[in-house]
Design a protein around this ligand. Structure first.
Ligand code: XMP
Length: 318
């Protein structure tokens, strides 16, 4: 691995040189790219790196704790956790349209990040986990001037934010980013996480989103992911998650009639996320997942498995 070690050493030296004794801000999302960028920059400049992690209330179960534990405690990075669940949920109240929800979540995120970064006095650089495919993508769509990509994929930060960009992963492909991450000591499991969309569970609770539905979905999703790991299937699929439908159906629990939500288990196999097939997960495995979700998650009494390919379906449901 001499090439990677070289890359890391070279990049760390470049970051030190470029940043000097200035401060750097980075929005940590828990995803692979921003995490690897953060650890790399932290290796170069330590506490001059100020991470901001926003809990939108639309993250996976215990994501805030995991991020603080892994990157705050283990890597001893300086991370500000911004608890903004209520702010996001109140903005989303009564909104059912997927694109509308995306817009609200994206705008809110940018505003919040803007507010928080202003509190970090004297920060000169904004670091981002932009990787090579992101660079290519934005060039083909909008030209090189639009290469700014917020870590939450919301399509750019406000113009008044006058930071110099620091993008140490700009030349790397995803598999190289993962190798760098492992070389830096980030646990394998974190470096090989599935992608997670910026709007998070906001687009996996179909239709109108509220705190109760998010809680139900987090519980169900956590069971599915846990079982995938336990059965050595997680890395055999490209993206897996649960979707909560706004549909209730009748069931029976003991002698009681129930009337609760339906959850859909979704797992896709893909190389480029442009086309995908549904994962042929074993029936026994699906049976375990379904039983556990129905027995352990209050609010769900029926589980369906999504057997649609992309196209014509998409990977997400919204
Ligand atoms: P679809 O549903 O379009 O998803 O087949 C393809 C990939 O894109 C992710 N995705 C998003 N990522 N913001 C994101 O950052 C979004 O609004 C968004 N919508 C879809 C999806 O999770 C999958 O990996």
């Amino acid at each position: 691995n001499w090439k990677l070690t070289n890359y890391i050493e070279k990049t760390v030296a470049e970051i030190k040189e470029k940043v000097g004794d200035n401060k750097v801000i980075l929005g940590l999302s828990g995803g692979v790219d921003s995490s690897v960028a953060a650890v790399l920059i932290h290796k170069a400049i330590g506490d001059q790196l100020n991470c901001i992690f926003v809990d939108t209330g639309l993250l996976r179960k215990d994501e805030d704790k995991k991020v603080m534990e892994n990157y705050g405690k283990h890597f001893q990075m300086n991370i500000k956790l911004v608890e903004a669940s209520e702010r996001f949920l109140s903005k989303l109240a009564g909104v059912g349209d997927p694109e509308e929800k995306r817009k609200i979540i994206g705008n809110e995120f940018v505003h919040l990040f803007d507010e928080e970064s202003k509190k970090i006095e004297g920060a000169k650089f904004l670091a981002q986990g932009t990787i090579y495919p992101d660079v290519i993508e934005s060039q083909s769509v909008k030209g090189p001037s639009a290469v700014i990509k917020s870590h939450h994929n919301v399509g750019g930060l406000p113009e008044e934010m006058e930071f110099e960009l620091l993008e140490p992963l700009r030349e790397l492909f995803k598999d190289e980013v993962r190798k760098v991450g492992e070389e830096l000591g980030i646990p394998h499991e974190l470096v090989y996480r599935h992608p997670f969309p910026g709007p998070g569970l906001g687009i996996r609770v179909l239709g109108e989103v509220d705190a109760e539905k998010v809680r139900i979905l987090q519980e169900a999703d956590d069971i599915f992911i846990e079982e995938l790991y336990k059965n050595d299937l997680y890395e055999k699929v490209s993206q897996a998650f649960v979707v909560l439908l706004p549909v209730k159906s009748v069931g029976v629990m003991g002698d009681e009639r129930t009337y609760e939500y339906t959850a859909v288990v979704r797992s896709a196999n893909t190389i480029d996320f442009m086309t995908a097939t549904w994962s042929r997960l074993p029936y026994e495995f699906l049976d375990t997942v379904s039983s556990r979700i129905i027995n352990e998650v209050r609010g769900i009494n029926r589980v369906a498995y999504d057997i649609s390919s992309k196209p014509p379906a998409t990977i997400e449901w919204e």
